[in-house]
Design a protein around this ligand. Structure first.
Ligand code: PHE
Length: 339
């Protein structure tokens, strides 16, 4: 029996070295210490021993059991620590590694200019209006006094979706939409995308942006237009900026003007930006034509108004010193990051 016990201990010692998993250890425990285990089997045979032998073998059996328990415990600990190490290696976090940088986008220069203009006019008490880019010929031309066969329709050729539906060539149709629905006083600006059948070059794009302005009230004069545009030009291009009106013709304003600002680059002395002129044209403007007011149900005997249309691309190019309009649409981050 002594031999048997020693044999059991020997086996456990050997097998405990080979365990590969916690299941292996549990199997080992059941095999030797379980109810039907080998040690238990030997102990069951103790009844057959003599009085003298029993305490000796009993003591030995207890020692063997303790040894087995210790072996199993050690194997268990060893396995757990190996597993923990593997886990640690897997989850190792090197806090000295360079972090991931997330590039944060920036506002497009056109958006910046639109927001800047909006802010100036919001400060002057204007509201922001919107109109559809797919527009009726009626609003884009007819109601603006540009009738079939008018040369302005040639200059502003565009994509026709149906004979009476087109991609708007200007933001001026929003003037009509607003005036049809609102009685004066009206003070709005309307930024938006417009379309013309123009070939792409450094100063032209078939898709571009305008900001329309419209004020209608009693007693509005050209002096109000001039004062408003002066405030706008100074806040946009700096306190020293001057503006000048050149006579022009738009079918929906009378009188009409093209408006220049003194060159932001050379302060009017003449440089590359203003092509030696000292002035840069940025918008068209005028007093709303009485016929247009009447078309919208506003009595020109009581009310008068002014309107203007600003080229956003042109303003952005001036504001940021961009010399080719195409850069604004190429989405090259090296360019866009600069603003
Ligand atoms: N819509 C005109 C254009 O695109 C500009 C303009 C707007 C002129 C408002 C006068 C008044 O050329």
């Amino acid at each position: 029996m002594k031999q048997q016990l020693q044999n059991i201990l020997h086996q456990v010692t050997k097998q405990a070295k080979d365990v590969k998993s916690l299941q292996d250890i549990e199997k080992l425990r059941v095999k030797f210490l379980g109810k039907k285990g080998e040690l238990t089997g030997v102990l069951r045979g103790m009844g057959a021993l003599s009085k003298e032998e029993r305490p000796i073998i009993g003591k030995l059996a207890n020692e063997v059991r303790e040894s087995i328990e210790t072996l199993i415990k050690q194997a268990n600990e060893k396995l757990l620590s190996i597993e923990k190490n593997i886990q640690f290696k897997k989850e190792k976090l090197d806090v000295t590694m360079p972090g991931k940088t997330y590039e944060i986008g920036k506002k497009h220069p056109l958006t910046l200019v639109i927001e800047e203009v909006e802010n100036v006019f919001l400060g002057l008490g204007y509201q922001i209006a919107e109109g559809p880019e797919i527009e009726l010929v009626h609003y884009n031309f007819e109601a603006l006094n540009i009738h079939e066969g008018h040369p302005a329709r040639d200059e502003q050729d565009t994509f026709y979706i149906q004979p009476d539906v087109l991609l708007r060539t200007q933001t001026s149709p929003v003037q009509i939409r607003v005036m049809e629905n609102t009685q004066p006083p009206i003070k709005i600006i309307c930024p938006g995308r417009v379309y013309r059948s123009d070939a792409v070059d450094a100063t032209h794009s078939p898709v571009f942006h305008q900001i329309e302005g419209l004020v209608v009230d009693k007693g509005i004069t050209m002096g109000d237009l001039r004062g408003t545009l002066e405030v706008f030009a100074k806040s946009m291009f700096g306190e020293n900026t001057n503006i000048r009106f050149r006579p022009h013709h738009f079918p929906f304003t009378e009188p009409s003007a093209e408006v220049d600002v003194s060159c932001w680059n050379c302060n009017g002395e003449g440089c590359k930006v203003c092509k030696g002129e000292g002035w840069v044209e940025i918008l068209g403007a005028g007093m709303v034509h009485p016929k247009v007011l009447r078309n919208c149900g506003i009595d020109p005997e009581i009310y008068s108004g002014f309107a203007f249309g600003l080229g956003v691309e042109r303003t952005a190019m001036g504001r940021f010193g961009i010399d080719d309009l195409r850069l604004l649409y190429e989405n090259d981050v090296r360019f866009l990051q600069q603003f």
